[in-house]
Design a protein around this ligand. Structure first.
Ligand code: ATP
Length: 360
């Protein structure tokens, strides 16, 4: 699956741009502030309905405009899909797939699986468990059709339970919700666990290539002690939960542990090595999706050359192109990418003050 046409309007400093991306590697280059990342961000919007840079989606709308639109034609084995996304300054959002309005943003994610690697992707390893959980859940969502509903139900019940705790409800009032919570939590956990197991197989090979002298261990923790029954735990921790006003243990605390020897990966690896580890995780995720559902992800790699020496740039570009997926990479100087590729990029785009031109 790949984008064969992309149209971006009033998105950050891009007034209007039209790109005809190639199947393989698309190189986007230009000076600082020219609008390279904005192109990746626009593609991400189309797949996720939000930015990977700012949680305030309205900020990406061009300052002189009232709305942004991103439109793409996607090609896949069964034919073509037209996907359109519009967001207004007042927050109104319209998503269309082949002209039909779509209500749930998760439909976008199913249609357009995206892997993004930015210089800030280190947050996957550094910033608490939330981003690591999001990483697992991206995969769980794509690998099992039951995950989305089970996780939505879990979150809804947790919200109810926390409200009851804040209201000072007795345990007998909470017990009904706990039974429901346990049911969905077990489903969520078993899908997550199976996903991380499958991912680990692929990950070993890729990490072995990127970081041959480092032994990285990746494991899943479910959010409560593995030897304890969740129903029992919720009951014994009720007083504590009540005093805190929220549920301390459960699937909302699941995590992916990345360790080198006895240390967390972020304490044991250099910045370049951490970037490679994040890339390995993303590439493994994309490869697993391809194996499980024959869908290709689209890879967005912002400022690919940063932090990497020439050998590792080559290695990363080779791994990315070997996936057979469509890849968009940005760089300030095109030579930083072109010199590290064994074959010319599929397409090159130059960005200058928000104007995008294809370079022949
Ligand atoms: N809402 C907006 N409206 C108009 N311009 C914006 C808006 N938000 C950001 N910009 C501008 O858009 C430009 C593009 O930024 P972008 O991050 O895409 O550049 P870049 O080419 O990736 O730069 P770098 O190489 O420094 O990462 C910046 O100059 C920024 O000031």
């Amino acid at each position: 699956m790949s984008l064969i046409r992309l149209k971006i309007d009033t998105f950050r400093n891009i007034d209007s741009a039209q790109l005809l991306p190639g199947d393989g590697l698309n190189l986007i280059y230009g000076l600082n502030g020219s609008g390279k990342t904005s192109i990746l961000e626009a593609i991400y919007f189309l797949g996720m309905g939000r930015s990977f840079r700012s949680h305030l989606s309205q900020r990406v709308i061009n300052t002189d405009a009232d709305q942004l639109t991103v439109f793409a034609v996607m090609q896949h084995a069964r034919g073509e899909d037209k996907v359109g996304f519009r967001r207004s300054r007042n927050g109104d959002t319209e998503v269309r797939i082949n002209g039909d309005k779509v209500k749930r943003l998760s439909v976008l994610a199913e249609t357009l699986p995206i892997q993004v690697i930015t210089p800030e992707s280190f947050s996957l390893l550094f910033e608490g468990p939330k981003s690591r959980r999001q990483f697992i859940d991206w995969g769980a969502f794509h690998s099992d059709p039951h995950f989305y509903q089970a996780w939505t139900n879990t979150r809804r019940i947790l919200k109810q339970r926390n409200q009851l705790l804040r209201d000072g409800s007795s345990y007998s009032n909470i017990q009904f919700w706990d039974r429901e919570l346990v049911r969905y939590a077990e489903q969520v956990t078993s899908i997550r666990n199976a996903y991380v197991d499958s991912l680990n197989e692929l990950l070993k090979g890729i990490i072995g290539e990127f970081l041959p002298r480092v032994s990285v261990k990746v494991s899943f923790t479910r959010g409560w002690d593995s030897k304890t029954d969740l129903a029992q735990l919720l009951e014994t921790q009720y007083q504590r939960d009540l005093s805190l006003g929220h549920t301390v243990s459960g699937p909302h605390k699941a995590d992916l542990r990345l360790r080198v020897g006895n240390l967390p990966a972020q304490d044991a690896l250099s910045r370049g090595q951490l970037k490679l580890l994040v890339c390995a995780l993303r590439i493994a995720q994309g490869k697993l999706l391809k194996q499980q559902s024959d869908k290709n992800s689209i890879y967005l790699v912002d400022d690919l050359p940063s932090e990497l020496d020439a050998d590792h740039r080559r290695l990363l570009l080779k791994q990315l192109t070997d996936t057979g997926a469509q890849v968009f990479v940005t760089a300030i100087e095109p030579s930083a990418i072109v010199d590290s590729l064994h074959r010319a990029p599929s397409r090159m785009f130059h960005v200058e003050h928000g104007r995008v031109t294809q370079v022949e």
